[in-house]
Design a protein around this ligand. Structure first.
Ligand code: ATP
Length: 356
């Protein structure tokens, strides 16, 4: 199986190497025969090829069966005309990875930032919304009208809204059967109006699933006040991006925040957080986010391809992560522990081997 790792910027190379170490233990146990390719993106690719996502890197990523993307420092990239493409947005758009699935759950033995125990998954639409790089066919969704006037456009389509709602309801059917749709229809009447209309249509086809709607500002308060009441949240691109950081931090740390970007038949593992330049190069970043994302990816691939061994391997990764995090002596600094990135990954790898 061809596994492509795109290490990215900041802490990306460190947490990618840690994830590879854990994948080696998975491979030893399950015998998939992973063939790794490391694909240059971000600042290293800019230096070598003049672009943060050269065509050769994109094509290599497209050819892989399993895709693992490290975080990127795209805020610091030069303008697009000077080679500064956001690899994350480009891959999501060009591979049509429309659903960004972002779980956030407390763990019994790990202190969270709230007294509550919760387990939720946010389904964030990934291909349009207020994201300037994603919502136009050519050009971007931002316009500089005069030196002092700028405009941002938000595209919401029936197609994208319906398919994220369908993904969210399908996810809820595998869980506690509740979907909360988060919107701002009171001010974005047309765009969130259409989004809500699509969600309601999908809800009507799922009478077994409890359906709730919340305005995004109220949703923030409810997430802090009663996180245990949420199962699946379905929302547009920007709201999902923001709410998922809040939910993950409430669960303990952004360093735990895993996600997959899923399309039709293709998916990509990606931590929810950014490149954390404040701690890059120190060997202290928590790789649980990317390890968890990769576990989710294997599970997703297994379900998609009807391969029970991949589902089992993905679950084994997630279980090993839980077991490792349960022990205060095997945590990274963001969770009050002392382990470095690599040492933590070795503990997870050992937990996978020991459970085999
Ligand atoms: P970027 O510019 O790439 O978005 P950022 O620092 O603005 O980077 P994040 O990377 O999401 O945003 O980081 C937010 C905070 O969370 C930072 O203090 C960072 O150190 C911390 N953080 C993020 N990821 C991790 C991780 N894997 N382990 C430990 N701390 C993390």
């Amino acid at each position: 199986m061809k596994v492509a790792i795109l290490p990215g910027d900041g802490i990306g190379p460190e947490i990618s190497a840690a994830t590879r170490l854990v994948l080696d233990a998975v491979d030893d146990r399950f015998g998939f025969g992973f063939a790794y390719t490391e694909i240059g993106i971000g600042f290293t690719a800019l230096e070598e090829h003049g672009s943060t996502l050269p065509d050769s890197s994109f094509e290599a990523a497209r050819a892989a069966e399993a895709l693992i993307l490290g975080p990127v420092s795209h805020l610091d990239y030069p303008a697009r005309e000077k080679g500064g493409l956001n690899p994350s947005g480009e891959l999501r758009k060009r591979l049509d990875l429309f659903a960004n699935i972002r779980p956030a759950a407390t763990r019994p033995d790990l202190p969270s930032r709230t007294g509550a125990s919760f387990d939720m998954v946010i389904y964030r639409e990934n291909t349009e919304g207020f994201y300037a790089d994603r919502c136009m066919y050519t050009g971007t969704g931002e316009v500089h009208v005069t030196a002092d006037v700028t405009i941002a456009m938000r595209r919401i389509t029936r197609h994208a809204s319906t398919r994220i709602a369908e993904a969210a309801f399908a996810g809820a059917m595998q869980r506690r059967k509740k979907v909360t749709v988060v919107h701002k229809q009171n001010v974005l009447k047309l765009t969130d109006g259409l989004f809500l209309e699509c969600c309601r249509e999908v809800a009507a086809r799922h009478p077994d699933v409890e359906y709730e709607e919340l305005i995004v500002d109220a949703a923030c308060a409810h997430l802090v006040r009663r996180p245990e009441d949420f199962d699946v949240i379905c929302t547009t691109n920007m709201f999902g991006d923001i709410l998922s950081d809040l939910a993950s931090e409430l669960s303990g740390s952004l360093g735990l925040a895993a996600s997959v970007n899923a399309g039709d038949g293709v998916a990509m593992a990606q931590a929810q957080h950014g490149s954390a330049p404040d701690i890059a190069g120190q060997g202290i970043a928590n790789p649980a986010s990317l390890i968890g994302s990769t576990g989710m990816l294997l599970e997703w691939m297994g379900a998609n391809r009807k391969r029970a061994d991949l589902v089992e391997a993905g679950r084994a990764m997630l279980a090993a992560l839980d077991r490792t995090l349960a022990d205060p002596a095997s945590r990274t600094r963001d969770l009050g522990g002392t382990l470095g990135t690599e040492a933590f990954a070795r503990q997870v790898a050992k937990a996978i081997t020991d459970a085999g």
